[in-house]
Design a protein around this ligand. Sequence first.
Ligand SMILES: Cc1ncc(COP(=O)(O)O)c(C=O)c1O
Length: 394
Amino acid sequence: MLSKKAQSMTPSVTLGISTKVKEMKAEGIEVTNLSIGEPDFYTPKNAKNAAEVAINNNKTKYDAAPGLLDLRKAISKKLMVENNLMYAADEIVVSSGAKHAITNALIALVDPGQEVIIPKPYWVSYPEMVKLTGGVPVFVDTKKSNNFKLTREELEAVITDQTKMLFITNPSNPTGAVYTKEELEPIVELCIEKNIFILADEIYEKICYLDEFTSIASISDAAKEITITINGFSKSAAMTGWRLGYTATTKALAKAISGIQGHLVSHPCTIAQWAAVEVLNSCEQDMQKMVTAYKSRRDEAAALINEIPGLSLIQPDGAFYLFVDMSSIKEHLHYEDSFSLEVCAKLLEEHKLAVVPGIAFGNDDFIRLSYAADIDEIKTGIEKIKNFVMSLSL
Ligand SMILES: Cc1ncc(COP(=O)(O)O)c(C=O)c1O
């Protein structure tokens, strides 16, 4: 009955974990949850007020397919001031979350059978999005010694005449690694040479602990031509449920994306868009407070992980995740298919700690912890990991 596309979908590991956590909580079991990829903060007050005003002023009708002009103008200003990127309002399309923005871009650019290169480890939804939209995901291994950041040589080895697009997540989910300008330049040059589009997923751009963040499209005019900049409000403004993301592209591509979006969903929720205008106009301080909190949790959590014998992590310079190498306990653990699934099952069942197995991101030696949680919960969770590791090596 189901289409081949539907049958090709891999069930979401992260959704499976949250269902299990809910079941355990419903049974009265206390679970430490470090599996969630969502800010533990609330949406800034001014944004919520703006949504209320929009409702009360009946700004509840259909509007422009690419999103409210006021919002696109505000995004255009943000990209110029913060990212040194000049995009006009008609080069921006606001969508229902970054997920939707990425899907729109894939539909607009990738023909059936064309290849999309996805560096490992990757964000869980990329392969499924590529398959759903008719493309072929091509995975490329990266090295732990390079914090799992792609190099030009690694990319060159997987390019074929069918390659249409490369995904770069910066800062990365699941690793938290951030590319410097110098690391991005050779990759971008190769993509320009080979006519390959870059989907630059910069949804965590504001949650960056380095002094400088380089937006891929800002590297050169030629880079901007081939880059689809993806960003949104879910992570930076704690607005996951409002469902707002956007693409910034060339005018021609924006027109195509807007046309696709117009037929599929018309546009994202108008009320949410008015809230986002306010985020860009007056909520910078709220967002910076969140980043400061994430940074101090990152420092504490990373130090605690590093104290556990045998464990190591990827240098987390952005986002709110720790990607922890558990391979040193492999020989002490019996597992059938997936090591990281077994680690996470044991942590959940025996220690009541929810974290995400690395296999969900294409790397089975690791687990991912989120520090978008209260610091006490983070400390409790890491103590549980320590107890688990110690119990195995006794
Ligand atoms: C790398 C990355 N891109 C995109 C998204 C999706 O963001 P949104 O909730 O705005 O669709 C996420 C959410 O977890 C993410 O981690």
